[in-house]
Design a binder for this molecule. Sequence first.
Ligand code: UD1
Ligand code: UDP
Length: 372
Amino acid sequence: MKIMNIVGARPNFIKIAPLIREMRARQGVEPLLVHTGQHYDVKMAGRFFEDLGIPSPDVSLDVGSGSHAFQTAEVMKRIEPVMEQQRPDLVLVVGDVNSTLAAAVTAAKLQIPVAHVEAGLRSFDRSMPEEINRLVTDAVSTYLFVSEESGMKNLAAEGADMARVFFVGNVMIDSLEASRRMWERSSIQEQLGVTKGQYGVLTLHRPSNVDQPAVLRGLLEAIAEIGREQPIVFPVHPRTRKRLEDTQELNALLRFTGSGTVQGPGIWCLDPLGYLDFMALVAGARLILTDSGGIQEETTALGIPCLTLRENTERPVTISHGTNRLVGTSPEKIVEEAMRVLKGPRVAPSPPPLWDGHAAKRIVSIILERCR
Ligand code: UD1
Ligand code: UDP
């Protein structure tokens, strides 16, 4: 069975790694890997192939950056002839990025069955580009693989054919567990000069948080206040880096580490980190502040307190089972919740159902049994 797997952006690499590994271990599966090139910097893409042991892509489309329509259209234009030439039995897409949507729609129109891994998640907020990508991808997919129970409810409510919907767990957690021994050996804390349990980690990249200077300023002012209690390490996403370059006055709220080490309080900006160093940094943190989807899940699995700087989440299990709290973008609320976490007791992790490191095995077994 020829399966064409599609990746494009940072979270996709983490999700595909265990699936490709599992496909390569099974007889009768011929996995192909197509990299759209939505993310292309070594620190956003190449490093993840190395850290996660992903084989080099069979096809690279090199689409690069652009508006939503441009990027989606470029992936569609460039992937269509590849699909026509390869004629896979199944196209597998992960997550909710533009590459996911573009590949799913193209395959569906070529009448190639599509499997969507991480189906059914809904923020119910259509101002979020990913919500549109999720809705369209699920609507055109033949097989829907779901990571948490809310996804099953959402798809049932939308009238999906539940015979083609499978609750399988979370491939992000497969990667976390499969590489645990490697990230536990990372020396990132020593390299940065921070002490385990005595620092926070910040990531920000949602357009709604970083594209308007007033919103970004409010967030950074609040986090700078938290940074007076303990240093906050901030690996800066390229979208956010551009916004900081455009609005130089925001840099007064930040600190930059010329020597590569964190020295004293404040928000310390770094380049994006590789997966293994980033997981080690998260696992040793006292507190995470983020607007990332994946990090809400990883902190839940690790039992690290997470404040999500958004008004909603498509991953509600991270709140009901995990350590996640939605704090929105109000500076007062962010500071209040962060202080509560810093003064409160630590909690033990309680992983959601099927977040056990074996989601990819279940997915590939179902594909082999049911998707022929
Ligand atoms: C994309 C996804 C988002 C996901 C995020 C993960 C969509 C709509 N968005 O957002 O869901 O959470 O990836 O990180 O698909 N850039 C670089 N180097 C790179 C990649 C991007 O400099 O390797 C810069 C470019 O200026 C680009 C900007 O970052 O315009 C945004 O990149 P893009 O892929 O369009 O969206 P993200 O914000 O990364
Ligand atoms: N990540 C990383 N280095 C960083 C920041 C993030 O390795 O500097 C990892 C982390 O595991 C996270 C994943 O990249 O879960 C996805 O990243 P991102 O937040 O960009 O995307 P999202 O999950 O919001 O779509």
